[in-house]
Design a protein around this ligand. Structure first.
Ligand code: PLP
Length: 385
């Protein structure tokens, strides 16, 4: 018997997004006729090379960088690893062995920091306010003569809280310290200008803004080149080996162009939807918004329901046709409450009952009351109402 398909409202765009049609169409020829290896010299290879370089230019332009300052990677995780570990390995030779990061980073950064500690580096983890933001004065206080790199994310993946990147980067530039930001959640949603913002290294991932999974970039400001993590055929000007993923790079560039074009209109629409669902859900007794008093990504809402099991809430929402998350996609399978919410001082029991709704290009305003009703029903089923 065939399983009956239920219409799904997808409200988990911070986890990933659907591939945009424009990106798919741009990619298709590079899987079929134009399958050449971009590092070969014959016509087929040169065609692929041209497409790759055009994609690099498009993405670079979109963040105010030069094309030679971007390297394609396999996504946000690799870009973060390369920026954090690669930079510290290089700086070790100059006795710069201290890294500053924050307690709310994605595990792609946090686990690198933990590994560096095991390897003999020292790490300071900046705290956050109750609203989930790093304070520039805490960065000032944490800097030591041997500080080489500061890595603080652009916007948090669980709460959507936007970090004071300009202020942090400004402090670093003045002190001659490199500044990396994980902009995986911000790219394609917020305007970025790496030069104006004094950012030295910036990670992006295509699948968060309608591009394919498994591709991203690391922006590297002149003089901030991290040590290679991948050795091999010397692709990406010798900095990141591996046969170039031409189709995905082309798809990333197409999706990024679309995201930039629709940025303003989309932000206004998503903010309206987020504010409306927030209002409806705050009517539920025992609910509280996490990071609600801070500047946030327009389409992200993190809300807790006192005494509710977040996992059961998610499973019930799924049965009701709504896909959402209880935190970052990477740890939603685990039962420990989010490190981000705990770092904000959210009590354990409250953090445990948290729900993240994240809207994207495809969400429509009519979905808001349907989602709110589904959350109420799911809470009833889990005993939270
Ligand atoms: N950094 C942040 C803030 C993220 O949200 C994610 C993905 O969830 C990553 C890094 C990892 O990116 P990728 O999935 O491209 O490896």
């Amino acid at each position: 018997m065939q399983e009956k398909k239920q219409a799904v409202i997808y409200a988990d765009n911070a986890a990933t997004t659907r591939l945009r049609q424009e990106a798919l169409e741009a990619m298709l020829p590079y899987f079929t006729e134009q399958y050449g290896n971009a590092s070969t010299l014959y016509h087929l290879g040169r065609q692929a090379h041209r497409a790759l370089e055009q994609a690099r230019k498009t993405v670079a332009n979109g963040i105010g960088a030069g094309p030679m300052e971007l390297c394609f990677t396999s996504g946000g995780t690799e870009s973060d690893n390369w920026a954090v570990r690669g930079t510290m390995y290089r700086l070790k030779k100059q006795r710069k062995t201290h890294l500053i990061t924050s307690v709310i980073e994605h595990h792609a950064v946090l686990h690198c920091a933990e590994r560096l500690e095991k390897e003999g580096f020292s790490v300071t983890y900046l705290p956050v306010t109750g609203e989930g933001a790093v304070r520039p004065e805490d960065l000032e206080a944490a800097i030591r003569p041997e500080t080489g790199l500061v890595s603080v994310m652009y916007a948090n993946n669980e709460t959507g809280v936007i970090q004071p990147v300009d202020a942090l980067a400004g402090i670093c530039r003045k002190r001659g310290i490199l500044f990396h930001t994980d902009a995986v959640q911000a790219a394609g949603i917020l305007p970025i200008d790496v030069k104006r913002q004094k950012i030295d290294l910036l990670s992006m991932s295509a699948h968060k803004f309608g591009g394919p999974k498994g591709i991203g970039v690391l922006y590297i400001h002149r003089g901030a080149l991290p040590e290679n993590l991948l050795e091999g055929g010397g692709q990406e000007r010798g900095h990141r080996s591996g046969t170039e993923n031409v189709a995905s790079a082309v798809g990333m560039a197409a999706a990024f162009s679309c995201a930039l074009q629709e940025m303003e209109e989309k932000a206004a629409r998503l903010r309206r939807m987020r504010d409306e669902i927030e209002k409806l859900l705050l009517e539920i007794p025992g609910s509280r918004v996490n990071g609600g008093g801070a500047e946030r990504l327009p389409g992200t809402l993190n809300i807790s329901f006192e005494g509710v099991d977040g996992q059961s809430l998610l499973l019930n929402l799924d049965l009701l046709g709504v896909a959402a998350s209880s935190g970052s996609a990477c740890n939603s399978g685990s039962m420990t409450p989010s490190h981000v919410l705990l770092a904000m001082g959210v009590p354990y029991r409250t953090a445990h009952g948290s729900l993240r709704l994240s809207f994207g290009s495809e969400n429509r305003e009519e979905e808001v009351p349907v989602i709110a009703e589904a959350v109420r029903k799911a809470l009833e089923r889990t005993g939270g109402l």
